[in-house]
Structures are given as structure tokens and as C-alpha cells.
Design a protein around this ligand. Structure first.
Ligand code: F6R
Length: 368
């Protein structure tokens, strides 16, 4: 049942405020302003304090959530995090020590490579924490620890609400680690909890951009190549925006760390290659604006995505601007990805593609 929407993907995009609320639900002790995962996580506080490094392993969109996870955990908890694509991790003889925690992320919980990576990690002696959307899935059954994303069933092949629910779960896990390891003050934890609870309403506001994103998408739909650029977390979100666009619109796109463009890729930027530039990270904002000017000088048509309040400044260097509501910097991916999902959806629609069932793809990849 598409609930009145034309496609499951559009329905699932619009279900995100609910998915955020359900994923946060029962995991925050509002009275004490603490994250409480103690009912779900069995690792003792001592075991949590002993973690020396974390490996995050996943495929596709879940891998992109893992890339955000690296920033979140390293910044909040100062534990070194490596992120790997599952089909690589399995075969690279990863260095797992007794104090390595392996995290796998999988919407379906049935992805063959992710499941094999989980088993490989356990064989090498690691405890595995799974973030999955399906209770009772193979990944959920085999993992030592499970945190469920409460996105509800995801039908469209292109993952949307599962990705953002993974982000919310990662934020909760990062804060939980930070509380136990005392790497953040109670005041900072409180700020995160407040900011997290504002996200669903902020997403509702972003969804009102759907008609604007439809217009942009119709303008982009006839191009054959497109670039997404960003720095730090915006780069991680760029990768996800680019995958979403490729898989359903079949427009070739690449995501690039903005500072890396001048090392070769800038040669591809012309007035035939639109650029979507994410500039939501204040600490690298000025650097990002210089990178935007570099592509502007090559006459690329640019859509900038920035924070509310920065639209005016940015509009001098880009053709169009979208502003997302302000939140804490680590939380921006949970907002900035929304316009990119809408862009992919409307671009696919404009090209007459089967949005919910893109060519060559299956919802869950149970072959290696
Ligand atoms: C992209 C997409 C895929 C999946 C990937 C992993 O929109 O849906 O990239 O994210 O196949 O699937 P799960 O999360 O089920 O392991």
C-alpha cells in the first residue's frame, strides 16, 4: 500500500519524521537527559571502556551511514574507527585485537557479504554489534549485540528511511559510548539530546521543499554526468546522494571531497556537468566556498546546499541555493540528505524510470 503516494520511495521519504521518532523512542531518559541503551546492549561498562578500536562494515547505503558513523564516534568518543565495504573487509585479513568492536550495518539483515564479514570478525575473536532494520534477520540472529532501527518495512529498492534511521541509531550509540567513557560533559550530551529530538520537525520542514526539488530535478534530468562535492560529513552525504541518483535516474555521477577536485577531476567540470555542492559544515565553510568558486569558474551549473542564514552569502557563487535548518554539525547529515533523496526521486521520474524497481538491482543482495 503506497498510502496515496505514487511510489513507495516517495512514501518512505515522507515517513522519515516518524522513523526518526520511533528510532529515538524509549532510548532517551528525558528526566536525566541521558541516552539509555542498557536494555538492548549487554556489553558491560567495563567492556565498553576497554574498546580500543572500531571497524564498521556494510554495503552500499549502509556503508555510507558507516562513513558518517566514523565522524560521529571519533568526534564524540575519540575511539579510532575504520569503515569498510563488506566485500572488501572479508578478504583483506583485517587486524582484529581482543579490544576491537566490529559494527555491521544492514537494513535487511540478509546481505550476504555483510553476513560473511560478521562471521569472519567473530571467527577472529571480535564481538559484533549489528544495526539492522529487521528483527530476527540473519544478521540480527548472529550478532552479539543488536540495535534495531525502527524505520518500518522498506519496500523501494533505493534506501531512504533506513539510511536516516541508521544515522539516528549511530548518534544514540555514539552518545551512549561518550556517556560511559565520559568523553563528553553532561551539558554536551543534553545539547545533543535536544537537537536530536528537534530533527523530526526539521525534516518535516525540509519535505516542504519537494516541489522545489522537483523543479531542480527536471532541470538536471537531461544531463549525463553530474558531480556532488563536499567536505568532511558533507562528503559522506555526497556519496549517498550520488548513489541514490545513479541507481534510480541512471545519470552518471561522482561524489568528490571538494578539496581533492584540483588534483585531477576539475578537468571534467564544464558547463555540461552540473555540480551539487554541500556546504553545511561551518568549520570548513570558507574552504568549501573557495572550491565552489573553482567549479563556478568552469561555468558549471551549481546547486548549493547550506545552512539557514548562509543562503545570501553563498548565492553569489552558485545558481541555486537550498538552506537546511540549523542543528549541531554532527547531526546535519540527517537533514542534508533529504533534498538529495528528493532530487534523485524526481530525476528518475522525469526520465520515465521505474523508481521503485530500478534496472539490475534487487532489494536485498543475498548473493556474494
Ligand atoms: C541503495 C541500497 C543498497 C543497500 C545495500 C545494503 O539505495 O539500497 O546500496 O544499501 O545493498 O543493503 P542492506 O542494508 O540490506 O545490507
Amino acid at each position: 500500500d503506497k498510502g496515496g503516494y505514487d511510489h513507495y520511495m516517495l512514501k518512505e521519504i515522507h515517513e522519515q519524521p516518524r522513523a526518526y521518532r520511533e528510532t529515538l523512542n524509549n532510548r532517551i531518559d528525558h528526566e536525566n537527559q541521558r541516552v539509555d541503551l542498557s536494555k538492548e546492549i549487554h556489553l558491560s561498562e567495563d567492556e565498553i571502556r576497554a574498546i580500543e578500536k572500531i571497524h564498521i562494515v556494510a554495503c552500499g547505503t549502509a556503508y555510507h551511514a558507516g562513513l558518517v558513523g566514523k565522524y560521529v564516534i571519533e568526534n564524540l568518543v575519540r575511539i579510532p574507527v575504520e569503515v569498510d565495504v563488506a566485500s572488501e573487509y572479508r578478504y583483506r585479513n583485517p587486524i582484529i585485537t581482543p579490544n576491537t568492536l566490529v559494527m555491521v550495518i544492514s537494513q535487511s539483515g540478509e546481505t550476504a557479504d555483510t553476513l560473511a564479514a560478521l562471521r569472519e570478525a567473530q571467527k577472529l575473536g571480535a564481538k559484533v554489534l549489528a544495526i539492522t532494520n529487521v528483527n530476527g534477520s540473519s544478521v540480527a540472529r548472529d550478532a552479539d549485540e543488536v540495535l534495531l532501527t525502527h524505520a518500518g518495512p522498506e519496500i523501494a529498492v533505493a534506501s531512504t528511511k533506513a539510511y536516516t534511521a541508521q544515522l539516528i541509531t549511530i548518534y544514540l550509540w555514539g552518545l551512549y559510548l561518550a556517556q560511559i567513557r565520559e568523553t563528553q560533559s553532561e551539558e554536551v550530551i543534553r545539547q545533543y539530546i535536544q537537537a536530536l529530538s528537534q530533527l523530526p520537525t526539521q525534516v518535516e520542514k525540509l519535505l516542504e521543499f519537494a516541489p522545489t526539488m522537483k523543479q531542480f530535478a527536471e532541470r538536471y534530468a537531461h544531463y549525463e554526468d553530474l558531480f556532488f562535492i563536499g567536505r568532511s560529513l558533507d562528503y559522506a552525504v555526497s556519496l549517498e546522494g550520488s548513489l541514490k541518483l545513479k541507481e534510480i535516474s541512471y545519470i552518471h555521477s561522482e561524489a568528490y571531497p571538494a578539496g581533492e577536485l584540483k588534483h585531477g577531476t576539475l578537468a571534467l567540470i564544464t558547463n555540461d556537468v552540473p555540480v551539487i555542492a554541500l556546504a553545511t559544515q561551518e568549520d570548513v565553510y570558507e574552504k568549501m566556498v573557495s572550491n565552489i568558486k573553482e567549479v563556478n569558474a568552469r561555468e558549471a551549473y551549481i546547486l548549493g546546499i547550506t545552512l539557514e542564514g548562509n543562503e545570501e552569502g553563498l548565492s553569489k557563487s552558485v545558481n541555486e541555493v537550498i538552506a537546511i535548518p540549523r542543528t549541531l554539525p554532527l547531526l546535519t547529515p540527517a537533514l542534508s540528505v533529504i533534498p538529495l533523496q528528493l532530487l534523485a526521486y524526481y530525476a528518475a521520474l522525469a526520465r520515465g524510470n521505474d523508481v521503485d524497481k530500478p534496472r539490475n538491482l534487487a532489494k536485498s543482495v543475498t548473493v556474494e
